[in-house]
Design a protein around this ligand. Structure first.
Ligand code: SAM
Length: 305
């Protein structure tokens, strides 16, 4: 497999490089904006879980006209600098990070909070969905501190079994909540985006970081919402339906007749978690895969020999 094979398999990955975006995710935000005009009138925005930074690139280009917008980007991982984007490295589920973000918006709230956060998926769907929901709730908690009334919140969501509960929690704070699937998000993925407009917290609600929305005392039956507590939010696909299909492979020479030329990634990761493994592999010091015939699962010993 050559370096062009990913370009063939994933047209949005290829287009992202060719258009100077740091990640294919840029197209998801652009397609969400096409449908929901997210950036209209926005001058201050927060990008949670932002690395490597393609959503921040989109935000800084689209909001506030001639570079007068204000974007704060937050991620666990270090992110290469971007002009006009203030960066905070931290965990959005931690109080200290939340406080650091909030202090940038005191007296001058944000119009838009976006969160494309994803946990390192384990493949255990219930665990992954739970982790994803925790990230979303941490983002919502931060949003309740920084959003102006009428503001907008967009967050990645996994459409799992208990997603109805999350919709209900979001509806408490926003006048409109719906679930959107941009064309560039693969059909095969349970990922979608909650698009929440019209920030309108309940009367008397006081944002309080010491009481996060992460309430672990729910009765397990509470998830089986029915009656007036059951909220069914509209599901919208967005992005031109004749746009490239993210689940298809495309020939390298696209229909517009232009000749294919390989483009390297716009911004390679500056400190990826797999850096040490790559260095060991280069020196031939990564142990071989151990997979005894009678072992039900493949076990990889990643320790140096
Ligand atoms: N929107 C980004 C872009 O366009 O470049 C891509 C985001 S990537 C899909 C998900 C990000 O979530 C990762 O960079 C990861 O480090 C971050 N993340 C996961 N858990 C986090 C947490 N608890 N706090 C901050 N960032 C987190």
């Amino acid at each position: 497999m050559g370096r062009t094979s990913k370009d063939k398999r994933d047209v949005y990955y290829r287009l992202a490089k060719e258009n100077g975006w740091r990640a294919r995710s840029a197209f998801k935000l652009l397609q969400l904006d096409e449908e929901f005009q997210l950036f209209q009138g926005v001058t201050r925005a927060v990008d949670l879980c932002a690395a490597p930074g393609s959503w921040s690139q989109v935000l800084s280009q689209k909001i506030g006209g001639q570079g007068s917008g204000h974007v704060v980007a937050v991620d666990l991982q270090a992110m290469a600098p971007l002009p006009g984007v203030l960066q905070i490295q931290g965990d959005i589920t931690q109080l200290s990070t939340a406080k650091e973000i909030i202090q940038h918006f005191e007296g001058c709230p944000a119009d838009l909070v976006v969160c494309d956060g994803a946990p390192d998926v384990t493949g255990l769907h219930d665990v992954d969905e739970y982790m994803q929901a925790q990230l979303l709730l941490a983002a919502l908690n931060i949003a309740t501190h920084v959003l102006k009334p009428g503001g907008c919140f967009v967050a990645k969501i996994f459409r799992g079994r208990d997603v109805t509960l999350i919709y209900s929690q979001l509806r408490v704070f926003f006048s409109s909540v719906l679930c959107a699937k941009p064309r560039s998000s693969r059909n095969s993925s349970i990922e979608a985006f909650a698009v929440c407009k019209g920030y309108d917290p309940p009367e008397g609600f006081l944002p309080d970081l010491t009481k996060p929305l992460l309430d672990h005392s729910y009765d397990p039956d509470f998830n089986q919402l029915d009656g007036p507590t059951r909220i069914i939010v509209p599901f919208v696909t967005c992005g031109d339906l004749s746009a490239y299909d993210s689940d298809r492979s495309y020939p390298l020479d696209l229909e517009d007749g232009s000749e294919y030329k390989y483009t390297p990634p716009t911004q390679p990761p500056i400190s990826p978690p797999y850096q040490e493994a790559c260095a060991l592999k280069k020196k031939g010091q990564l142990a071989k895969e151990i997979c005894p015939q009678d072992c039900p699962m493949s076990t990889v010993d990643m320790l140096p020999q």
